[in-house]
Ligand binder design. Structure first.
Ligand SMILES: C[S@@+](CC[C@H](N)C(=O)[O-])C[C@H]1O[C@@H](n2cnc3c(N)ncnc32)[C@H](O)[C@@H]1O
Length: 313
């Protein structure tokens, strides 16, 4: 949804923007073109190789560019350290990129066999194989339930533990096979590959995705100038729910008081919703790019007069 995204970001010439998920740099290229020679962009990605590729791609575009290898869970610190303490817009395009999904050696996909890795930042942290080897049935089932909403979480976890007692589970192919065999026909009949939920859950656990997103949203909101925009794209319902709840709390509500007047209830600073509901991709877009199928876009705006933007007001 590139056009819908940029429309909501409302890039102004000379503005300062943060792309908290730089990826291939497609959105950032358009931000730089629209912000022009006096525009500024901070691009963050936890995948160092993606960051380097995007930096090369964006080199010749106008404006000041700062690229940081890091987690947008640290967005506040990264922004402050790099002179982006107040910005006109923040974009968060969550999840993995097509480049990451298509690279078998990154271990994100059950469609191609590769090492069971799934780290967006391959330089640090536990891999999915480490988690599968370390956790007991209850620990695995909790991840599958919490991050994958897998209805048969305990059943799949038991099948994995049984299989790993025979041989370590170290590849995406092995895991996909164990999950498919344990879920059998009912799993397949939902129209998705039976391992979809388990792979999503492990990826989200390995990368701490919900925790990073929660922090990134609050850090971004705290740095919006009056009129500034925050635009978020998600690809699964858990992240979308988190964004929806965060925006709803900052959009607040007026509660009428018995003695007259009204009191506003909600998190500060108070924000305006740009759309009433999440925006979904058009039929034409999902036809040409099936991966966009589950995308949801939500956007908020800091009021021009930043009423109630200071805590306690
Ligand atoms: C869907 S892609 C972004 C695509 C990008 N908007 C474009 O136009 O090419 C998501 C990117 O965000 C990165 N990413 C995901 N979670 C992150 C996090 N917590 N911190 C930093 N980068 C993250 C991934 O490594 C990936 O490169």
């Amino acid at each position: 949804m590139p056009e819908e995204t940029l429309e909501r970001l409302d890039v102004r010439p000379g503005g300062s923007y943060i792309d908290a998920t730089l990826g291939g740099g497609g959105h950032s290229a358009e931000i730089l073109r629209r912000a022009g020679p006096s525009g500024r962009l901070l691009g963050i990605d936890r995948d160092e190789a993606a960051l380097a590729r995007a930096a090369r791609r964006l080199e010749s575009l106008p404006g000041e560019k700062v690229f940081v290898h890091g987690n947008h869970g640290d967005l506040g610190r990264i922004a402050d350290e790099n002179g982006f303490g107040e910005v006109d817009g923040v974009l968060i395009d969550t999840g993995v990129s097509s480049d990451q999904l298509d690279a078998a050696e990154r271990g994100f996909s059950f469609r191609s066999d590769g090492p069971l890795d799934m780290r967006m930042d391959p330089s640090m942290g536990e891999t999915a194989a480490d988690l599968v080897a370390r956790l007991d049935v209850a620990g695995l089932a909790e991840i599958f339930r919490k991050y994958g909403e897998e209805p048969r979480a305990a059943h799949v976890a038991r099948a994995i533990v049984k299989a790993r007692d025979l041989a370590p589970v170290t590849t995406t192919g092995q895991l996909a096979d164990i999950v498919s065999r344990s879920l059998g026909a009912p799993g397949r009949s939902r129209g998705h590959h039976p391992a979809t939920r388990v792979f999503q859950a492990l990826r989200m656990a390995v990368n701490g995705e919900l925790e990073a997103l929660q922090k990134a949203l609050e850090d971004a909101i705290a740095r919006l100038r009056p009129g500034g925009r925050l635009v978020v794209i998600t690809f699964e319902s858990l992240s979308d729910r988190l964004v929806k709840q965060c925006f709803a709390s900052h959009a607040g509500r007026e509660v009428s008081l018995q003695q007259g007047g009204a009191r506003w209830e909600g998190a500060l600073p108070r924000l305006e919703r740009i759309d009433r509901h999440a925006v979904a991709p058009s039929k034409a877009e999902t036809a040409s790019n099936p991966r966009a199928r589950s995308a949801k876009l939500r956007a908020v705006k800091m009021p021009e007069r930043a009423e109630g933007s200071e805590p306690g007001k």
